[in-house]
Design a protein around this ligand. Structure first.
Ligand SMILES: NCCCN[C@H]1CC[C@H](N)CC1
Length: 292
């Protein structure tokens, strides 16, 4: 029996709901951090839901995983050491693996259950864990970063869920300060940055924290992801001072990563034109998000 997934009162999108027709429930469970649901939808393939919030679907995950990875990694010369915060589904790992210059990939995910269920139900994403460069740390990212030596990483990708629940502390200043400390000079951060249609105040708070903390360039980019609220998701690109980084003009052409057929999967969304276009904002967003 098809049942609709309704969630009207999520503070991230009050009075709005997003529903997908459920063909078949594939998994339902609860970790110490969140409820985990996986179901087969009618037109988006399998769907991963955490605490009632859509995290990814087979059909459109490429937009998010590819952009959150290649926007930072194509903006710096031969990234070698990369850290992923969150991302327990493995999709970002799959995309990082396309970069031949990368020597080590640390990932810090707080919820082992997300890793386990994605290995069972999303092999096209969890394939990312099979790359020999990957080192998995299950635990709290703030703790992990506090223990990371200063200036370790060329790039840090924060692939977080919404800042309600386990990801709340991932939008606060202390967290960004630990990220800046863990980056080498000129190192880059790409942070999941919600929707320019729905979360302007949250994004402005993140922008002002990041401008103070990174002192290099800070830019907001976005992509179309139909199954995220408002159909758009943002990315906050920050460069730590020390070396110039121009996010708007990628220095690593897609040819360098397209050839790397990670686990037999082609790139489906990212390209150099989409990279440049991602930083082009509608007028209301320019007013609200470029003043920094
Ligand atoms: N690796 C998938 C993580 C997805 N990140 C978030 C999911 C929930 C959305 N409202 C915002 C992005």
């Amino acid at each position: 029996k098809a049942s609709k997934l309704q969630y009207y009162n999520n503070p991230m999108w009050p009075g709005e709901t997003h529903s997908l027709k459920v063909d078949k429930i594939l998994y339902q469970g609860k970790s110490p951090y969140q409820e985990v649901l996986i179901f087969e939808s009618l037109t988006y393939g399998k769907v991963l839901v955490l605490d009632g919030i859509v995290q990814l679907t087979d059909k459109d995950e490429c937009a998010y995983q590819e952009m959150i990875t290649h926007l930072p990694l194509c903006s710096i010369p031969s990234p070698k050491k990369v850290l992923v915060i969150g991302g327990g589904d493995g999709g970002v790992l799959r995309e990082i693996a396309r970069h031949g210059s990368v020597e080590s990939i640390d990932i810090c995910e707080i919820d082992q259950l997300v890793i386990d269920v994605c290995k069972d139900f999303f092999p096209d994403l969890s394939v990312g864990f099979e790359d020999p460069r990957v080192r998995l740390h299950v635990g709290d990212a703030v703790e992990f970063l506090r223990n990371s030596p200063e200036g370790t990483y060329d790039a840090i990708i924060v692939d977080s869920s919404d800042p309600i629940g386990p990801a709340q502390e991932l939008v606060e200043k202390p967290f960004f300060e630990t990220i800046a400390r863990a980056l080498r000079p000129g190192g880059v951060l790409c942070n999941q940055a919600e929707s320019m249609w729905l979360h302007t105040h949250l994004i402005q708070d993140m922008l002002s924290i990041c401008c103070e903390t990174f002192k290099g360039s800070v830019h907001y980019a976005w992509a179309s992801v139909p199954t995220y609220p408002s159909g758009a998701i943002g990315f906050l690109l920050c460069a730590k001072e020390g070396r110039p980084v121009n996010f708007l003009a990628p220095i690593n052409p897609i040819e360098k990563i397209e050839g790397a057929m990670t686990a037999g999967r082609d790139i489906r969304f990212y390209n150099t034109e989409m990279h440049r276009a991602a930083f082009v904002l509608p007028t209301f967003a320019k007013r609200e998000l470029e003043a920094y």
